[in-house]
Write a protein that binds this ligand. Sequence first.
Ligand SMILES: [Cu+2]
Length: 361
Amino acid sequence: MMSLIIGLGVILVLAILYMIFRIGNLVGLVKGSKEEEHPGNGTHGFLFLFFALVGLGVFFWYSYAHWDSYVLPVASEHGVLTDDLFWITMAITVVAFALITVVMFWFTYKYSYDPNRKATFYPDSHTLEIVWTVIPAIVLALLIFRGLRVWNDITAPASEESEVVELIGQQFAWTARYPGVKDQQLGNVNYKLIDATNEFGLDLTDKNTYDDFKSLELHIPKGKEVHLKIRAKDVLHSVFLPHFRVKMDAVPGMYTNFKFVPTKSTADMRAETGNPNFNYEMACTEICGKGHFSMRFLVVVDEPEDYEKWKAAQEPWLKQNPEYLTSVPPSLREVAMIKSGIPIESEAAAAATAQTVSISK
Ligand SMILES: [Cu+2]
């Protein structure tokens, strides 16, 4: 309602201004003023200049006043490179923008209609054309080639030694799956195996799944390459880690990847920002439905030794859900129990054995 009233108010003010302008013209016409052929030229010229100066002023003031929100601390190796590229591009484009604005609006003001002036006939100038084509071409080529080189490095495949973490987006939460400390390999998944408990769709015929564990926080080690394997269970989501300058869509039916090296632990960042409550966060940047806003995920960057300790303290998914032992092929059941840490003499183990025996009878 309020915006409707404001909208109507603006329309009314514009209509009144137009009427005043028309009346001014008509009065001029009646008086036989000389301006009748080109009414309001001087005013327009001045307004152009005014608009340019006020606009530029507001642009620079706004950038200055909100400077803090432009310069989020960076906490990854490649983030420093992309920030550099961003600020170099920004500097060049802002200089060009300011120059063009000033020249364009100044000319409109300076050369507004004057009955005593005659325009010069100026069909073309080769030198001028060459200058304004070649200089921007060189500048753009340098920017693009440098950007391409950085981009190729950022999107190159992750190294074998990287820490692999799987991130899964679904309406409306993130989950992380870690390869487990015993085999350091993510087990296979199959979307057809997804059910209320087996939310990853773990394929329990694959030995590598037995020590995989789930986490509702993203823990990553400082100074080591992290390889995010990203997927989605329903619609498009997008992984956004602003401090690490990481952004990658989560796509149903395929993996997307992003590798990066975190350079500051959560503790380092708390010291740097002077905020003892600082936490890294991951957000979804794909409008994925009405609960989109709740797709916030806590990110913890640990020192490498703390990271190893944290990993070792996590319980494999299979140990938390031992009833799924029945889905493990009998020949692999012992391996599954050892890797996941399910006691051989447990009830679940007995149930699985009983089931096998009854099937084979
Ligand atoms: Cu989402």
